[in-house]
Design a protein around this ligand. Structure first.
Ligand SMILES: [Zn+2]
Length: 213
């Protein structure tokens, strides 16, 4: 295959001119190993649908694991809380797709995030980008939840924050215990959300909103 015809799957990679050689070297390395897995499974390399699969898997891994590259941490610009807003800010139903570190197959679901500002606030579109960044790694749902809240707390220094994640794990549904449709919920709380009253306000707002739809 002509090198110049090959394009990274991730639009960000396509735009970045530097690092292309390193990118393709990684794709080729993963493709080489994946060809061996196919051989072990007895899959014919010459099958028209499998011929380019190792190359595709290589590109796909670099795309779905792009969050392993620290330099891709989203720019998290905060602003002074000039209006002294001190109520709860909630971003809910943030869809995410991640990959289970134990089995390397997807888990996916929704994140609900709230914080109560102190001196700084953030543009709301930035919060889903943080979820997206950490989800694009081999993950545990518990660790993902903690990494998201840690970054929010580090950048915003809020009065408090909460992250709740609910997800379906294909490693539980396709194999192992085979529990289709089961949701796993994780949460992390910091600061004033330790207070039961504050936490209940958050939960009330989550449930109320869901009923309205
Ligand atoms: Zn798993």
């Amino acid at each position: 295959m002509a090198r110049s015809r090959r394009e990274p799957d991730d639009p960000d990679d396509r735009q970045r001119s530097r690092g292309q050689k390193a990118y393709w070297a990684k794709v080729d390395q993963i493709a080489g190993y994946f060809s061996q897995i196919m051989d072990v499974l007895g899959l014919p390399r010459e099958d028209p649908h499998l011929k380019d699969t190792p190359d595709r898997v290589g590109r796909m891994y670099l795309e779905i694991f792009r969050g392993l590259e620290e330099e891709r941490e989203p720019v998290f610009t905060t602003f002074p809380n000039a209006e002294k807003y001190s109520n709860m800010v909630i971003v809910k139903d943030i869809e995410f797709y991640s990959v289970c570190a134990h089995h390397m197959i997807p888990f996916f679901g929704r994140a609900h995030i709230a914080y109560i500002p102190d001196q700084r606030i953030v543009g709301l579109s930035k919060i889903p980008r943080v979820v997206d960044f950490y989800a694009h790694r081999p993950q545990l749902q518990e660790r993902l939840t903690e990494q998201i809240i840690d970054l929010l707390v580090e950048k915003l220094e809020p009065q408090g924050a909460i992250v709740v994640m609910e997800a379906r794990h294909l490693c539980m549904e396709m194999r192992g215990v085979e529990k289709p449709g089961a949701y796993t919920t994780t949460s992390a709380i910091r600061g004033c959300f330790e207070d039961k009253v504050v936490r209940e306000e958050f939960l009330d707002l989550l449930i109320k909103d869901s009923k309205d739809r």
